[in-house]
Design a protein around this ligand. Structure first.
Ligand code: GAP
Length: 431
Protein backbone atom coordinates (compact mmCIF):
# COMPACT_ATOMS: atom_id res chain seq x y z
CA UNK A 1 0.00 0.00 0.00
CA UNK A 2 2.85 2.40 0.79
CA UNK A 3 4.09 2.13 -2.79
CA UNK A 4 0.61 2.87 -4.16
CA UNK A 5 0.02 5.82 -1.83
CA UNK A 6 3.43 7.23 -2.72
CA UNK A 7 2.90 6.78 -6.49
CA UNK A 8 -0.53 8.40 -6.21
CA UNK A 9 0.95 11.51 -4.60
CA UNK A 10 4.12 11.64 -6.73
CA UNK A 11 2.27 11.36 -10.01
CA UNK A 12 -0.86 13.36 -9.25
CA UNK A 13 -3.47 10.65 -8.79
CA UNK A 14 -4.58 11.20 -5.18
CA UNK A 15 -3.58 13.77 -2.54
CA UNK A 16 -4.42 14.10 1.12
CA UNK A 17 -7.27 16.60 1.56
CA UNK A 18 -6.30 20.03 3.01
CA UNK A 19 -2.70 18.91 3.23
CA UNK A 20 -1.29 22.42 3.86
CA UNK A 21 -3.31 22.49 7.11
CA UNK A 22 -1.96 19.16 8.27
CA UNK A 23 -4.59 17.23 6.31
CA UNK A 24 -8.12 16.12 7.11
CA UNK A 25 -7.68 12.51 8.11
CA UNK A 26 -9.06 9.81 5.81
CA UNK A 27 -10.19 12.38 3.23
CA UNK A 28 -8.65 12.45 -0.23
CA UNK A 29 -8.55 14.67 -3.32
CA UNK A 30 -8.16 13.28 -6.83
CA UNK A 31 -5.45 15.07 -8.85
CA UNK A 32 -5.08 15.44 -12.64
CA UNK A 33 -4.46 11.75 -13.38
CA UNK A 34 -6.78 10.54 -10.61
CA UNK A 35 -9.79 12.42 -11.91
CA UNK A 36 -9.22 11.08 -15.44
CA UNK A 37 -8.92 7.51 -14.15
CA UNK A 38 -12.02 7.90 -12.00
CA UNK A 39 -14.02 9.46 -14.85
CA UNK A 40 -12.91 6.70 -17.23
CA UNK A 41 -14.01 4.07 -14.71
CA UNK A 42 -17.39 5.72 -14.20
CA UNK A 43 -17.81 6.01 -17.96
CA UNK A 44 -17.04 2.30 -18.35
CA UNK A 45 -19.72 1.51 -15.74
CA UNK A 46 -22.29 3.80 -17.35
CA UNK A 47 -21.55 2.32 -20.78
CA UNK A 48 -21.97 -1.27 -19.54
CA UNK A 49 -24.95 -0.59 -17.26
CA UNK A 50 -26.92 2.07 -19.17
CA UNK A 51 -25.87 2.59 -22.80
CA UNK A 52 -25.35 -1.06 -23.76
CA UNK A 53 -28.68 -2.17 -22.27
CA UNK A 54 -32.27 -1.52 -23.23
CA UNK A 55 -33.73 -1.90 -19.76
CA UNK A 56 -31.86 0.63 -17.58
CA UNK A 57 -32.35 4.40 -17.30
CA UNK A 58 -29.83 6.82 -15.82
CA UNK A 59 -30.62 9.26 -13.00
CA UNK A 60 -28.91 11.91 -10.94
CA UNK A 61 -30.89 12.59 -7.74
CA UNK A 62 -30.05 15.29 -5.20
CA UNK A 63 -27.83 14.47 -2.22
CA UNK A 64 -30.24 16.22 0.15
CA UNK A 65 -33.59 14.48 0.54
CA UNK A 66 -36.69 14.87 2.70
CA UNK A 67 -35.81 13.58 6.21
CA UNK A 68 -38.78 11.21 6.07
CA UNK A 69 -36.94 9.28 3.32
CA UNK A 70 -34.46 8.07 5.93
CA UNK A 71 -37.20 7.13 8.39
CA UNK A 72 -38.94 5.08 5.70
CA UNK A 73 -35.73 3.45 4.51
CA UNK A 74 -34.89 2.37 8.06
CA UNK A 75 -31.65 4.35 8.19
CA UNK A 76 -32.71 6.52 11.15
CA UNK A 77 -33.50 3.42 13.17
CA UNK A 78 -31.05 0.81 11.88
CA UNK A 79 -28.05 2.46 10.26
CA UNK A 80 -25.64 2.47 13.15
CA UNK A 81 -22.52 0.87 14.53
CA UNK A 82 -22.09 -0.01 18.19
CA UNK A 83 -19.18 1.89 19.70
CA UNK A 84 -17.37 2.41 22.99
CA UNK A 85 -15.37 5.47 24.04
CA UNK A 86 -12.20 5.39 26.12
CA UNK A 87 -12.72 7.47 29.26
CA UNK A 88 -8.96 8.15 29.34
CA UNK A 89 -7.71 9.01 25.83
CA UNK A 90 -11.26 9.67 24.47
CA UNK A 91 -10.68 7.48 21.40
CA UNK A 92 -13.75 5.83 19.91
CA UNK A 93 -13.83 2.16 18.89
CA UNK A 94 -16.28 -0.06 17.04
CA UNK A 95 -17.48 -2.65 19.55
CA UNK A 96 -16.87 -5.48 17.06
CA UNK A 97 -13.21 -4.35 16.68
CA UNK A 98 -12.68 -4.58 20.45
CA UNK A 99 -13.26 -8.36 20.36
CA UNK A 100 -14.62 -8.45 23.96
CA UNK A 101 -11.70 -6.44 25.37
CA UNK A 102 -12.78 -4.44 28.42
CA UNK A 103 -9.90 -1.92 28.40
CA UNK A 104 -8.82 0.61 25.76
CA UNK A 105 -6.43 -1.06 23.27
CA UNK A 106 -4.42 2.19 23.02
CA UNK A 107 -3.98 3.36 26.65
CA UNK A 108 -5.62 0.59 28.75
CA UNK A 109 -8.13 3.16 30.09
CA UNK A 110 -11.72 2.29 31.03
CA UNK A 111 -14.24 1.97 28.21
CA UNK A 112 -17.83 3.27 28.23
CA UNK A 113 -20.74 0.89 27.70
CA UNK A 114 -21.29 -0.01 24.06
CA UNK A 115 -23.75 2.48 22.48
CA UNK A 116 -25.36 2.82 19.03
CA UNK A 117 -23.83 5.53 16.86
CA UNK A 118 -25.80 6.56 13.76
CA UNK A 119 -23.59 6.83 10.69
CA UNK A 120 -25.63 9.50 8.92
CA UNK A 121 -24.28 13.04 8.76
CA UNK A 122 -26.88 15.35 10.22
CA UNK A 123 -27.23 19.05 9.46
CA UNK A 124 -30.00 21.67 9.30
CA UNK A 125 -31.95 22.95 6.35
CA UNK A 126 -32.09 26.77 6.40
CA UNK A 127 -30.80 29.21 8.99
CA UNK A 128 -32.59 27.90 12.09
CA UNK A 129 -30.94 25.00 13.87
CA UNK A 130 -33.66 23.07 15.65
CA UNK A 131 -35.12 19.59 15.61
CA UNK A 132 -37.81 20.56 13.08
CA UNK A 133 -35.36 21.12 10.24
CA UNK A 134 -32.84 18.29 10.62
CA UNK A 135 -31.66 16.99 7.29
CA UNK A 136 -29.15 14.27 6.37
CA UNK A 137 -26.43 13.86 3.77
CA UNK A 138 -27.48 10.69 1.94
CA UNK A 139 -25.65 7.54 3.10
CA UNK A 140 -26.55 5.73 -0.17
CA UNK A 141 -27.66 6.94 -3.59
CA UNK A 142 -30.30 4.19 -3.76
CA UNK A 143 -33.14 6.10 -2.08
CA UNK A 144 -33.05 8.83 -4.76
CA UNK A 145 -34.09 6.13 -7.23
CA UNK A 146 -36.81 4.53 -5.09
CA UNK A 147 -38.57 7.84 -4.40
CA UNK A 148 -38.61 8.57 -8.16
CA UNK A 149 -40.18 5.22 -9.05
CA UNK A 150 -43.55 6.77 -9.97
CA UNK A 151 -41.90 9.58 -11.99
CA UNK A 152 -40.07 6.97 -14.06
CA UNK A 153 -43.25 4.95 -14.63
CA UNK A 154 -45.09 8.12 -15.70
CA UNK A 155 -42.36 9.51 -17.94
CA UNK A 156 -40.78 6.39 -19.49
CA UNK A 157 -43.60 3.81 -19.20
CA UNK A 158 -41.19 0.89 -18.75
CA UNK A 159 -42.26 -2.75 -18.48
CA UNK A 160 -40.71 -5.05 -15.90
CA UNK A 161 -37.90 -5.89 -15.59
CA UNK A 162 -36.25 -2.46 -15.75
CA UNK A 163 -33.64 -0.62 -13.75
CA UNK A 164 -32.40 2.78 -12.66
CA UNK A 165 -28.72 3.62 -12.44
CA UNK A 166 -26.88 6.46 -10.81
CA UNK A 167 -23.42 7.50 -9.73
CA UNK A 168 -22.94 10.00 -6.94
CA UNK A 169 -21.50 10.98 -3.60
CA UNK A 170 -22.62 9.36 -0.35
CA UNK A 171 -21.58 10.21 3.19
CA UNK A 172 -21.15 8.05 6.29
CA UNK A 173 -19.68 9.13 9.57
CA UNK A 174 -17.61 5.94 9.75
CA UNK A 175 -16.06 5.13 13.12
CA UNK A 176 -13.06 3.36 11.66
CA UNK A 177 -12.22 4.84 8.25
CA UNK A 178 -8.86 3.89 6.78
CA UNK A 179 -6.77 1.94 4.30
CA UNK A 180 -6.28 4.97 2.05
CA UNK A 181 -9.43 5.51 -0.07
CA UNK A 182 -10.97 2.15 0.89
CA UNK A 183 -13.13 3.38 3.77
CA UNK A 184 -13.77 7.11 3.89
CA UNK A 185 -16.56 9.31 5.18
CA UNK A 186 -17.23 10.91 1.80
CA UNK A 187 -17.20 8.52 -1.15
CA UNK A 188 -18.84 7.84 -4.46
CA UNK A 189 -21.21 5.00 -5.25
CA UNK A 190 -22.40 3.51 -8.52
CA UNK A 191 -25.74 1.84 -7.90
CA UNK A 192 -28.46 0.09 -9.87
CA UNK A 193 -31.97 -0.62 -8.64
CA UNK A 194 -33.30 -3.36 -10.90
CA UNK A 195 -37.07 -3.85 -10.54
CA UNK A 196 -38.55 -7.22 -11.41
CA UNK A 197 -41.42 -9.59 -10.67
CA UNK A 198 -41.02 -11.20 -7.24
CA UNK A 199 -40.84 -14.66 -8.84
CA UNK A 200 -37.96 -13.54 -11.09
CA UNK A 201 -35.90 -11.99 -8.30
CA UNK A 202 -33.77 -15.06 -7.59
CA UNK A 203 -32.89 -15.45 -11.28
CA UNK A 204 -31.91 -11.79 -11.74
CA UNK A 205 -29.95 -11.83 -8.50
CA UNK A 206 -27.78 -14.65 -9.88
CA UNK A 207 -27.43 -12.93 -13.27
CA UNK A 208 -26.35 -9.65 -11.71
CA UNK A 209 -23.74 -11.35 -9.53
CA UNK A 210 -22.19 -12.90 -12.66
CA UNK A 211 -22.49 -9.73 -14.77
CA UNK A 212 -20.91 -7.53 -12.15
CA UNK A 213 -18.08 -9.99 -11.48
CA UNK A 214 -17.34 -10.03 -15.22
CA UNK A 215 -17.37 -6.23 -15.35
CA UNK A 216 -14.39 -6.13 -12.95
CA UNK A 217 -12.62 -8.74 -15.08
CA UNK A 218 -13.24 -6.58 -18.16
CA UNK A 219 -11.59 -3.66 -16.38
CA UNK A 220 -8.46 -5.78 -16.48
CA UNK A 221 -8.43 -6.93 -12.85
CA UNK A 222 -6.81 -10.36 -12.49
CA UNK A 223 -9.28 -13.17 -11.83
CA UNK A 224 -7.21 -14.58 -8.97
CA UNK A 225 -7.60 -11.26 -7.15
CA UNK A 226 -11.41 -11.36 -7.25
CA UNK A 227 -13.83 -13.59 -5.40
CA UNK A 228 -17.49 -13.80 -4.39
CA UNK A 229 -18.63 -13.99 -0.77
CA UNK A 230 -22.21 -14.80 0.17
CA UNK A 231 -23.47 -12.98 3.29
CA UNK A 232 -24.51 -15.06 6.27
CA UNK A 233 -28.06 -14.39 7.46
CA UNK A 234 -26.87 -12.48 10.54
CA UNK A 235 -24.79 -9.98 8.59
CA UNK A 236 -27.48 -8.95 6.10
CA UNK A 237 -28.51 -5.27 6.06
CA UNK A 238 -31.96 -4.56 7.52
CA UNK A 239 -33.53 -4.39 4.03
CA UNK A 240 -31.87 -7.42 2.39
CA UNK A 241 -33.14 -10.97 1.78
CA UNK A 242 -29.77 -12.01 0.36
CA UNK A 243 -26.46 -10.40 -0.54
CA UNK A 244 -23.25 -11.44 -2.31
CA UNK A 245 -20.12 -9.32 -2.14
CA UNK A 246 -17.52 -9.07 -4.87
CA UNK A 247 -14.23 -8.90 -3.00
CA UNK A 248 -10.74 -7.86 -4.10
CA UNK A 249 -7.52 -9.17 -2.64
CA UNK A 250 -6.23 -5.82 -1.30
CA UNK A 251 -2.79 -5.66 0.38
CA UNK A 252 -4.72 -5.45 3.69
CA UNK A 253 -6.77 -8.57 2.90
CA UNK A 254 -9.86 -9.63 0.94
CA UNK A 255 -12.37 -6.77 1.16
CA UNK A 256 -15.64 -5.66 -0.45
CA UNK A 257 -15.71 -3.84 -3.77
CA UNK A 258 -19.41 -4.20 -4.41
CA UNK A 259 -22.48 -5.85 -2.91
CA UNK A 260 -25.33 -7.34 -4.92
CA UNK A 261 -28.42 -7.48 -2.74
CA UNK A 262 -31.95 -8.73 -3.10
CA UNK A 263 -33.86 -5.89 -1.38
CA UNK A 264 -37.23 -7.57 -2.10
CA UNK A 265 -40.02 -4.96 -1.98
CA UNK A 266 -38.81 -3.42 1.27
CA UNK A 267 -38.18 0.12 -0.02
CA UNK A 268 -41.18 0.57 -2.32
CA UNK A 269 -43.49 -0.73 0.41
CA UNK A 270 -41.97 1.47 3.08
CA UNK A 271 -42.13 4.64 0.98
CA UNK A 272 -45.69 3.83 -0.04
CA UNK A 273 -46.71 3.33 3.57
CA UNK A 274 -45.09 6.48 4.94
CA UNK A 275 -45.60 8.90 2.03
CA UNK A 276 -49.15 7.73 1.34
CA UNK A 277 -48.28 7.53 -2.41
CA UNK A 278 -48.53 3.99 -3.72
CA UNK A 279 -45.29 3.05 -5.50
CA UNK A 280 -46.80 0.06 -7.20
CA UNK A 281 -46.55 -1.56 -10.64
CA UNK A 282 -49.64 -2.24 -12.72
CA UNK A 283 -49.41 -5.10 -15.21
CA UNK A 284 -51.97 -4.03 -17.83
CA UNK A 285 -52.04 -7.45 -19.50
CA UNK A 286 -52.63 -9.52 -16.41
CA UNK A 287 -54.57 -6.65 -14.80
CA UNK A 288 -52.71 -7.04 -11.55
CA UNK A 289 -51.01 -4.60 -9.19
CA UNK A 290 -47.98 -5.50 -7.11
CA UNK A 291 -44.78 -4.15 -5.54
CA UNK A 292 -41.83 -5.22 -7.70
CA UNK A 293 -38.79 -6.79 -6.04
CA UNK A 294 -35.46 -5.03 -6.39
CA UNK A 295 -32.00 -6.44 -7.13
CA UNK A 296 -29.35 -3.90 -6.23
CA UNK A 297 -25.75 -4.07 -7.50
CA UNK A 298 -24.05 -1.37 -5.41
CA UNK A 299 -20.37 -0.59 -5.94
CA UNK A 300 -17.92 1.99 -4.66
CA UNK A 301 -16.15 4.13 -7.25
CA UNK A 302 -13.20 4.88 -4.97
CA UNK A 303 -12.76 1.22 -4.07
CA UNK A 304 -12.85 0.19 -7.73
CA UNK A 305 -10.26 2.87 -8.58
CA UNK A 306 -8.04 1.67 -5.73
CA UNK A 307 -8.33 -1.98 -6.83
CA UNK A 308 -7.53 -1.06 -10.42
CA UNK A 309 -4.45 0.92 -9.35
CA UNK A 310 -3.17 -1.91 -7.15
CA UNK A 311 -3.80 -4.53 -9.81
CA UNK A 312 -2.11 -2.48 -12.54
CA UNK A 313 1.01 -1.70 -10.50
CA UNK A 314 4.09 -3.56 -11.80
CA UNK A 315 7.77 -3.35 -11.08
CA UNK A 316 9.99 -4.79 -13.83
CA UNK A 317 13.73 -5.23 -14.11
CA UNK A 318 15.03 -3.43 -17.21
CA UNK A 319 18.82 -3.94 -17.47
CA UNK A 320 20.14 -2.51 -14.18
CA UNK A 321 17.01 -0.49 -13.44
CA UNK A 322 13.57 -1.13 -12.03
CA UNK A 323 10.77 0.14 -14.23
CA UNK A 324 7.49 1.02 -12.46
CA UNK A 325 4.59 0.72 -14.85
CA UNK A 326 0.84 0.95 -14.41
CA UNK A 327 -0.62 -1.60 -16.81
CA UNK A 328 -4.07 0.01 -16.92
CA UNK A 329 -6.33 -1.16 -19.72
CA UNK A 330 -7.00 1.05 -22.75
CA UNK A 331 -10.33 2.32 -21.50
CA UNK A 332 -9.02 3.33 -18.08
CA UNK A 333 -5.58 4.79 -18.83
CA UNK A 334 -5.80 8.53 -17.98
CA UNK A 335 -3.60 9.49 -20.94
CA UNK A 336 -3.53 7.42 -24.10
CA UNK A 337 -0.62 9.06 -25.93
CA UNK A 338 2.31 11.27 -24.90
CA UNK A 339 4.39 13.21 -27.42
CA UNK A 340 8.02 14.32 -26.83
CA UNK A 341 10.68 16.11 -28.88
CA UNK A 342 13.93 14.15 -28.63
CA UNK A 343 15.96 17.37 -28.70
CA UNK A 344 14.58 20.22 -26.62
CA UNK A 345 16.95 22.78 -28.12
CA UNK A 346 15.90 22.28 -31.75
CA UNK A 347 13.03 24.69 -32.32
CA UNK A 348 11.71 22.94 -35.46
CA UNK A 349 11.54 19.59 -33.62
CA UNK A 350 9.78 21.15 -30.62
CA UNK A 351 7.28 22.97 -32.85
CA UNK A 352 6.53 19.84 -34.84
CA UNK A 353 6.07 17.76 -31.65
CA UNK A 354 3.66 20.37 -30.25
CA UNK A 355 1.70 20.42 -33.48
CA UNK A 356 1.43 16.61 -33.59
CA UNK A 357 0.22 16.55 -29.97
CA UNK A 358 -2.31 19.30 -30.64
CA UNK A 359 -3.71 17.47 -33.68
CA UNK A 360 -4.04 14.19 -31.73
CA UNK A 361 -5.72 15.94 -28.79
CA UNK A 362 -8.84 16.55 -30.87
CA UNK A 363 -9.70 12.84 -30.82
CA UNK A 364 -7.39 11.13 -28.30
CA UNK A 365 -6.34 12.09 -24.75
CA UNK A 366 -2.79 13.23 -25.48
CA UNK A 367 -0.07 14.86 -23.39
CA UNK A 368 2.91 16.89 -24.54
CA UNK A 369 6.08 16.92 -22.44
CA UNK A 370 9.50 18.44 -23.08
CA UNK A 371 10.65 18.91 -19.51
CA UNK A 372 13.27 16.17 -19.31
CA UNK A 373 15.54 13.74 -21.10
CA UNK A 374 13.84 10.94 -23.03
CA UNK A 375 14.50 8.25 -20.39
CA UNK A 376 12.92 10.38 -17.69
CA UNK A 377 9.91 11.19 -19.88
CA UNK A 378 9.28 7.49 -20.62
CA UNK A 379 9.57 6.67 -16.93
CA UNK A 380 7.01 9.35 -15.99
CA UNK A 381 4.51 8.13 -18.57
CA UNK A 382 4.99 4.47 -17.57
CA UNK A 383 4.15 5.36 -13.99
CA UNK A 384 0.82 6.92 -14.98
CA UNK A 385 -0.05 4.14 -17.41
CA UNK A 386 0.19 6.09 -20.70
CA UNK A 387 -0.29 3.57 -23.50
CA UNK A 388 1.95 5.02 -26.23
CA UNK A 389 4.82 7.47 -26.38
CA UNK A 390 5.66 9.30 -29.61
CA UNK A 391 9.13 10.75 -30.14
CA UNK A 392 9.99 13.33 -32.77
CA UNK A 393 13.67 13.33 -33.74
CA UNK A 394 16.00 14.81 -36.36
CA UNK A 395 15.14 12.07 -38.83
CA UNK A 396 11.45 13.01 -38.53
CA UNK A 397 12.24 16.30 -40.23
CA UNK A 398 13.44 14.36 -43.26
CA UNK A 399 11.29 11.23 -43.51
CA UNK A 400 8.12 12.58 -41.78
CA UNK A 401 8.02 9.54 -39.52
CA UNK A 402 7.94 9.35 -35.71
CA UNK A 403 8.90 6.64 -33.22
CA UNK A 404 5.97 5.06 -31.38
CA UNK A 405 6.76 3.09 -28.22
CA UNK A 406 4.31 0.62 -26.70
CA UNK A 407 4.02 0.86 -22.88
CA UNK A 408 3.80 -2.87 -22.18
CA UNK A 409 6.23 -4.37 -24.70
CA UNK A 410 8.49 -1.28 -24.93
CA UNK A 411 8.82 -2.17 -28.63
CA UNK A 412 9.25 0.75 -30.98
CA UNK A 413 8.12 1.28 -34.55
CA UNK A 414 8.29 4.11 -37.06
CA UNK A 415 4.97 5.48 -38.24
CA UNK A 416 4.30 8.25 -40.79
CA UNK A 417 2.91 11.46 -39.27
CA UNK A 418 0.00 11.35 -41.74
CA UNK A 419 -0.92 7.81 -40.51
CA UNK A 420 -0.52 8.50 -36.79
CA UNK A 421 -4.08 9.44 -35.85
CA UNK A 422 -5.56 6.48 -37.72
CA UNK A 423 -2.94 4.18 -36.16
CA UNK A 424 -3.98 5.18 -32.63
CA UNK A 425 -7.71 5.17 -33.34
CA UNK A 426 -7.34 1.57 -34.55
CA UNK A 427 -5.18 0.55 -31.59
CA UNK A 428 -7.57 2.17 -29.13
CA UNK A 429 -10.66 0.89 -30.87
CA UNK A 430 -12.12 4.38 -31.22
CA UNK A 431 -14.47 5.01 -34.18
N1 GAP B 1 -27.32 0.83 -1.30
C1 GAP B 1 -26.62 -0.25 -0.71
C2 GAP B 1 -25.38 0.15 -0.08
O1 GAP B 1 -25.10 1.32 0.09
P1 GAP B 1 -23.21 -0.82 1.01
O2 GAP B 1 -22.66 -2.21 0.98
O3 GAP B 1 -23.37 -0.15 2.32
O4 GAP B 1 -24.62 -0.91 0.26
C3 GAP B 1 -22.17 -0.24 -1.30
O5 GAP B 1 -22.34 0.09 0.06
C4 GAP B 1 -20.76 0.03 -1.74
O6 GAP B 1 -20.39 1.37 -1.44
C5 GAP B 1 -19.72 -0.84 -1.03
O7 GAP B 1 -19.59 -2.10 -1.66
C6 GAP B 1 -18.47 -0.01 -1.18
O8 GAP B 1 -17.86 -0.23 -2.43
C7 GAP B 1 -19.01 1.41 -1.14
N2 GAP B 1 -18.81 1.99 0.22
C8 GAP B 1 -19.61 1.82 1.29
N3 GAP B 1 -19.12 2.47 2.36
C9 GAP B 1 -17.97 3.06 1.95
C10 GAP B 1 -16.99 3.88 2.59
N4 GAP B 1 -17.12 4.27 3.86
N5 GAP B 1 -15.92 4.30 1.86
C11 GAP B 1 -15.79 3.95 0.56
N6 GAP B 1 -16.69 3.18 -0.10
C12 GAP B 1 -17.77 2.74 0.58
Amino acid sequence: MEKIVSLCKRRGFIFQSSEIYGGLSNTWDYGPHGVELKNNLKRAWWKACVYERNDIFGMDAAILMHPKVWESSGHVENFFDLKSDCKGCKKRFKTEDLKNKTKCPECSGDLTESRPFNLMYKTHQGPVEDASNIIYLRPETAQGMFVNFQNILDSKHPKLPFGLAQIGKSFRNEITPGNFTFRTREFEQMEIEYFCRPLDAEKFYETWVTDRFNWYLNLGIKKENLRLRVHAKDELAHYALACTDIEYNFPFGWSELEGIANRADFDLRQHSKISGKELIYFDDQKKEKFYPFVIEPSGGVDRAVLAVLIDAYHEEKVKEDTRIVLKLNKELAPTKVAVFPLLRNRAEIVELAKKIAQDLKKSITTAYDDTGAIGKLYRRQDEVGTLYCVTIDVQTLEDKQVTVRDRDTMLQERIGIDKLKEYFLNKLNIQ
